[in-house]
Design a binder for this molecule. Structure first.
Ligand code: CTP
Length: 398
């Protein structure tokens, strides 16, 4: 989620719509944002600082100094620490002050000190909203690079009906999520990730599979989403929870995985195939459970399609294609061969000789090899950290 970890200052002005800010703060805190609230004195008549400090989990600041301790609330520091400032509800009065550089309270002083994006969500009666001076102030704020979250149309506190209603908390939240996503390095990019094992049915109760947990692929899908990509994860059987905000498609066999990957490949800008796909599948799947009879028993197998190589053959110039190689011997040589053979941009090599690397562990030790033959050897790390390393190369190449 684009807002996770962001420091968001909510500047609340004196409007009846201030009550809506309680819900907005809850939504932001739920999205793992850090929320700091500043209020004008007038705002405290409409909603209590206690409500907003409890919901935001941070003290609410109103004055230049704390009345009890006399401690100074450093407006410059508050502004510089913020990733975004959201003035909501923004009254006609505060909008006018912001447009003209007045700073007669902490809220406007923080605004004037800000270097981060400032968004403002007006709330006022329809005639105040329509007034040419308000409209001129809003144009002025837009010309300074401040971002307007447009008011809604509907019933107003005055009983009149028209434009001027504070945007609903969900609308402000969606606006912020979209705004923040635009700033992420992979925003606007579509990513396709494969993960986990595949199970190749032998009969209704048995299959050929492997020990892949899906952890590496899920971590990559999560990281790509954090970086702003629109991610589709094609997962073989795995006990892991589908990552939030990732379009997850569950498949069982290699043939199903190929089918799903081919469907999403066309539109994908970034493709990471980390699944441990079965290389062979039974020629025939018994319709009934196979009974034990003879001492020796064999199953005829045929090769599955190599999904990565199939996609590599179709790859367009602008698409990034990344594969994995799990090797036990001649690691570098084999991985380089796969990189070329499958037409990849880079390959992530796990050596089975490295302790803590490979299947079903929480850690991995990888070497990344690119098309120019550059090799980058990483230390043993958690799979989340390895995913970050892989994704930072993806960001550089995107
Ligand atoms: N892969 C795939 N489809 C397959 C087999 C592998 O998409 N049927 C992908 C994996 O997701 C991985 C890469 O190919 O990204 C390497 O897989 P690996 O099994 O290590 O290599 P293979 O090409 O199967 O070669 P070998 O078994 O000889 O090592």
């Amino acid at each position: 989620m684009a807002l996770a970890g962001k420091n968001i200052v909510i500047a609340v002005c004196g409007s009846i719509a201030a009550y809506k800010i309680a819900s907005l703060i809850r939504l932001l805190v739920k999205a793992d944002a850090q929320v700091n609230v500043i209020m004008s004195k007038e705002a405290t008549a409409f909603i209590t600082p206690l409500t907003l400090s409890t919901l935001s989990k941070n003290p609410v600041l109103i004055d230049y100094y704390q009345p009890n301790t006399g401690e100074w609330n450093n407006h410059v520091e508050i502004a510089l620490n913020a990733d975004y400032i959201v003035v909501a509800p923004a009254t006609a009065n505060t909008i006018a002050k912001m447009a003209n550089g007045l700073c007669d309270n902490l809220l406007t002083a923080v605004y004037l000190s800000a270097k981060c994006p400032v968004l403002f969500a007006p709330a006022m009666d329809l005639d105040m909203w329509k007034h040419p001076s308000t409209q001129a102030n809003i144009s002025k704020l837009s010309s300074y690079g401040n971002i307007l979250i447009p008011p809604g149309n509907g019933e107003l506190a005055s009983g009149l009906v028209g434009e001027g209603r504070l945007a609903e908390p969900e609308e402000i939240m969606n606006f912020l999520v979209k705004f923040s996503a635009q700033e992420l390095p992979l925003s606007g990019k579509k990513a396709l990730v494969s993960a986990g094992p595949t199970y190749e049915a032998i009969d209704p109760v048995r299959f050929i599979g492997n020990h892949s947990s899906g952890k590496m692929g899920y971590a990559i899908a999560r990281q790509l989403e954090i970086l702003g990509a629109d991610v589709t994860l094609v997962s073989g059987p795995s006990s892991l929870k589908a990552p939030d905000r990732v379009h997850t498609i569950s498949v069982t066999s290699a043939a199903e995985m190929l089918n799903a990957c081919e469907t999403y490949f066309e539109d994908a800008d970034i493709v990471v195939m980390s699944a441990a796909v079965a290389d062979y599948t039974p020629v025939e799947v018994a319709t009934q459970k196979i009974k034990k009879k003879e001492n020796e028993f064999s199953i005829e197998l045929k090769k599955t399609a190599d999904i990565l190589a199939t996609l590599g053959a179709k790859k367009r110039e602008k698409q990034l294609l990344i594969g994995f190689a799990l090797e036990t011997n001649n690691e570098l040589e084999n991985a380089k061969d796969k990189l070329i053979r499958k037409n990849l941009d880079f390959i992530v090599l796990n050596s089975m000789q490295d302790k803590g690397a490979g299947f079903a562990t929480d850690t991995n030790k990888v070497t990344i090899i690119d098309r120019s033959g550059n090799t980058n050897e990483f230390s043993l790390k958690s799979k989340e950290e390895v995913a970050k390393d892989i994704c930072s190369i993806i960001v550089k190449l995107s």
